[in-house]
Design a protein around this ligand. Structure first.
Ligand code: NAP
Length: 475
């Protein structure tokens, strides 16, 4: 691939189209290359090898695992430009955002390299004098993961880094639409000294086939999934048979609330960051805006003015803020949500243009009401529906009226209201006067049908550790 300077990053690509997945650029439709597919037998063999290799990996001092992870982190930083370019080519997000994701993805490796050395157990005061009680933490064993296309690197490192730090081996199936970034970051892990059996990237004949193996193979002890609630539910059901541990990072329907006492300019900045990153295709993107009727017109006017400044285009071009959406099916789904909202009475604040290819004009919709489909469904596109509200109680009811519970945001300068609303929102994460909440140091995850478990932070490594209780008698 001629766009990439460090050719070792794309050395995994194959020319045999029979045994490969074709990867295309969503901005141009150009074929970028072919990623290798593993046969079912090769995946099964890989699991056996991961199981053997895990024992030796876990037996290393935590400090040795940490130094390999640190080297991996450094290599991501050194290859930020190439990795970012590769991601823009296969995923579409603007280059600056793609490079930002490389840094964000790398931050999990750095963080968990540090946490590897701190998987402390406890001593417990015993109920009788002849006993001594202790806990230790041990890696679960072979862990596997299935990841989505919207963050082709960060959704992998957020799982792989804690798994490897804990002493697990790790096998990931990336999304079919964005496998190149996954193989490229794994290549850097191997260059950092992490054994190939300990970290594996696999694509199978189909996602359900790989999911079936991951959820039924007796040597796999843990599945971590990021993707839609629908697929997460299927994988949980499949995992139930063998009582496998699961972590689920699923869909969202984030409310973004602007109270009448908010700093409106700050709310517009937060709304832009939360709604339009990755062309609106993140699980923590604001999905619906609730704005107090006293400040509704002011917010909508200022928000739309900022949206009109966004430049749509190929993510490799200078100044582009919004790339293409991921697929024709995604575009059709977003467009039909917009069309239905307009039929139901919503109005675009500025003229809505229909763009060619997979590009979409970002749009603010006013006159939206809470009962419209666009409010209850995950939009996953550059569309901002704005609803007016009048009182806090009704607002909380509407904000919590969803099966999801991932991210939420609100803007208010009243400290009493801030605490009350923060506690009342049924979400795993709340941005207060802030539209960008993701960081490796804080626990990321949802409640309700947005998932189970937390990634990042000190909690993230516990997803890959078992607590073992040791009771010393006869003292
Ligand atoms: P998706 O359809 O659920 O796909 C996610 C992954 O699951 C892909 O690797 C896909 O493989 C695989 N998959 C699909 N069907 C499967 C099956 N039956 N068995 C095993 N694996 C299967 O989700 P998506 O449309 O790619 O991603 C968007 C969703 O992810 C949104 O709902 C978003 O909110 C959510 N998300 C959540 C978070 C979070 O942290 N909570 C973060 C990012 C995204 P193929 O690509 O090969 O089909």
């Amino acid at each position: 691939m001629q766009h990439i300077k460090n050719q070792s990053l794309v050395s995994f690509m194959v020319s045999n189209k029979e045994q490969a997945i074709q990867v295309t650029n969503p901005a141009t439709g150009e074929v970028l290359g072919y990623a290798p597919i593993s046969s079912e037998q090769a995946i099964l063999d890989g699991i056996e090898q991961a199981n053997v290799a895990q024992k030796a990996w876990a037996a290393l001092p935590a400090k040795s695992r940490a130094s390999m992870l640190n080297r991996w982190y450094q290599l991501l930083i050194e290859n930020k430009e190439d990795l970012g370019r590769l991601m823009t080519l296969e995923q579409g997000k603007p280059l600056a955002e793609a490079q930002g994701e490389v840094l964000y993805g790398a931050s999990f490796i750095e963080w968990f390299a540090e946490e590897a050395k701190r998987t402390y157990g406890e001593t417990i005061p015993a109920p009788s004098g002849d006993k001594r009680l202790v806990t230790i933490k041990q890696p679960v064993g072979v862990a596997c993961a299935i990841t989505p296309w919207n963050f082709p690197i960060a959704m992998i490192t957020r799982k792989a880094a804690p798994a490897l730090a804990a002493g697990c081996s790790f096998i990931v199936k990336p999304a079919e639409l964005t496998p190149l970034s996954a193989f490229a970051v794994a290549e850097l892990a191997y260059q950092a000294g992490i054994p190939r059996q300990v970290l594996q990237v696999v694509l199978g004949e189909s996602a359900p086939l790989v999911g079936g193996i991951f959820t039924s193979h007796p040597l796999i002890r843990k599945l971590s999934f990021t993707g839609s609630t629908q697929v997460g539910s299927v994988l949980m059901q499949q995992s139930a048979h063998d009582i496998k541990r699961t972590s689920m990072e699923l869909g969202g329907n984030a409310p973004f609330i602007v109270f009448e006492d908010a700093d409106i300019d700050a709310a517009v900045v937060g709304a832009m960051a939360s709604k339009f990153r990755n062309a609106g295709q993140t699980c923590v993107c604001a999905n619906r805006f609730y704005v107090h009727s006293k400040v509704y017109d002011e917010f909508v006017t200022k928000f739309d003015a900022a949206v009109q400044q966004l430049k749509v285009g190929n993510g490799l071009e200078e100044g582009v803020n919004i790339g293409p959406v991921i697929s024709a099916a995604a575009k059709q789904n977003i467009q039909s949500l917009i069309d239905r909202a307009i039929e139901q009475g919503a109005q675009p604040v500025s003229e809505l243009q229909r763009l060619d290819g997979l590009f979409m004009q970002p749009v603010v919709l006013k006159g939206v009401t809470h009962d419209m489909d666009i409010v209850s469904q995950e939009i996953f596109g550059p569309v901002a529906p704005v609803i007016a509200f009048n009182d806090d109680e009704q607002l909380i009811e509407m904000a919590n009226d969803t099966i999801y519970g991932l991210a939420s945001y609100f803007y208010s300068q009243n400290i009493h209201r801030v605490w009350k609303i923060a506690e009342a929102l049924e979400y795993g994460m709340v941005g207060i006067n802030e539209g960008m909440i993701s960081t490796e140091v804080a626990p990321f995850g949802g409640v309700k049908q947005s998932g189970i478990g937390r990634e990042g932070a000190k909690q993230g490594i516990d997803e890959y550790l078992d607590v073992k209780y040791l009771c010393f008698g006869g003292n």
